[in-house]
Ligand binder design. Structure first.
Ligand code: TYM
Length: 344
């Protein structure tokens, strides 16, 4: 799906996206985000990709596990094909401008906007009074992540759409309140067959690292046997695959497996169904397993190899942070001037 929304000019195109280092990467993160980042890295547009460790701690993270997950996420970016020479890879906490701009945005955004965020409601659960203040303000920090670089395009999965609308609202209100045209109105880029990869156990739920059932997801660190077993056990219906996409409309589990196949194979859903239409799942699942293992096993092997040299990963993140700061610092300075801070 393409979101055709207008970006205000004359901002130079720049891409930003982020992933939380809050436990392992899933196939959803890979197809909805990492693979698409890698596929577009030669487009000539400057791009920044961030391990958002400050977002991760909006819910409790064990410090040693957070450190490990941040490095493993960086390894995941590189193993998925991101080249740190071409894109800026860094972790959020090393560039303090993110939190400095986030504070300004905390003062621009309204609490009512935050209360409407479905991700907050989902994550806070029934006991919202007990959620951290950081979880509530999460979207303002996310807006700051993007706007501290004047990023114009943000590739994400479908679940981030509401947060990106809020980012546009914050930019619009800031520009309006201060009478400037300073922050761009960012364009979400939600494209491809796998913008919403669903749970393998329940086609109405998003595939997520926080699902208690490990069988519901494929982790980027799963070995070939585990991937094959999870696909074999994936929930389906008794019908054969249709020969056209509209035949998948009321079949969420079937649609999910076809979408995953299409995204992994770089094919359209129609092309997949031209090949696989009429097949039973007993024939389609082995095809999907084989493809998933062929595409994912080299990534997990490379991640494990990269994790043997964490000093190298730390050096990549430090270099990325220094490069990111070169862009962020003048934008923060100008923001402070606009807001009226002495000494900016
Ligand atoms: P996070 O860490 O939950 O997910 C990272 C990226 O993976 C995508 N994704 C999926 N795509 C398709 N199907 C799925 N099942 C699936 N699960 C996850 C997400 O859409 C996302 O693109 N708030 C963000 C992180 C963030 C950010 C930002 C993103 C912080 N600042 C600035 C963009 C720009 C998050 O929690 O993503």
């Amino acid at each position: 799906m393409t979101e055709a929304v207008q970006t205000s000019l004359p901002f130079t195109p720049r891409v930003f996206s982020g992933i939380q280092p809050s436990g392992g990467l899933t196939l959803g993160n890979y197809l909805g985000a990492l693979k698409r980042f890698a596929d577009t890295q030669d487009s000539g547009t400057q791009s920044l990709y961030c391990m958002v460790d400050l977002h991760a701690i909006t819910v409790w993270q064990d410090p040693a596990k957070l450190r490990h997950a941040t490095r493993e996420l960086c390894a995941g970016f590189i193993a998925s094909g991101l080249d740190p020479q071409k894109s800026i890879l860094f972790n959020q906490s090393q560039v303090s401008e993110h939190t400095q701009l986030a504070w300004i945005f905390n003062c621009v955004a309204r609490t009512g906007w935050m209360q409407r965020m479905t991700q907050f409601k989902d994550k806070a659960g029934k006991n919202a009074q007990n959620a951290s203040l950081g979880l509530f303000a999460y979207p303002a920090l996310m807006a700051a992540d993007i706007l501290i670089y004047h990023a114009t395009h943000v590739p994400v999965g479908e679940d981030q759409k509401q947060h990106l609308e809020l980012t546009r609202d914050i930019a619009t209100k800031f520009n309006h309140d201060y009478g400037v045209d300073f922050f761009p109105i960012t364009e979400p880029v939600i494209e491809g067959a796998a913008t919403r990869v669903m749970s393998l156990r329940d086609g109405s739920k998003k595939m997520s690292k926080s699902d208690p059932s490990d069988a519901s997801r494929i982790n980027m660190t799963d070995d070939a046997d585990t991937i094959a077993k999870k696909i074999r056990k994936a929930k389906t219906d008794p019908e054969a695959l249709p020969s056209e996409a509209k035949g998948l409309e009321d079949r969420p589990e079937a649609r999910n497996l076809v979408n995953i196949y299409a995204a992994l194979a770089d094919m359209s859903v129609d092309d997949v169904l031209r090949e696989a239409g009429g097949k039973q799942f007993s024939a389609f699942k082995p095809m999907l397993s084989e493809l998933a293992v062929e595409k994912l096993a080299p990534i997990s092997t490379e991640m494990a190899r990269l994790m043997q040299d964490t000093a190298e990963i730390d050096a990549i993140l430090a270099k990325g942070a220094a490069d990111a700061r070169v862009i962020a610092a003048p934008i923060l300075k100008k923001t402070y001037e606009i807001v009226g801070m002495v000494g900016a």
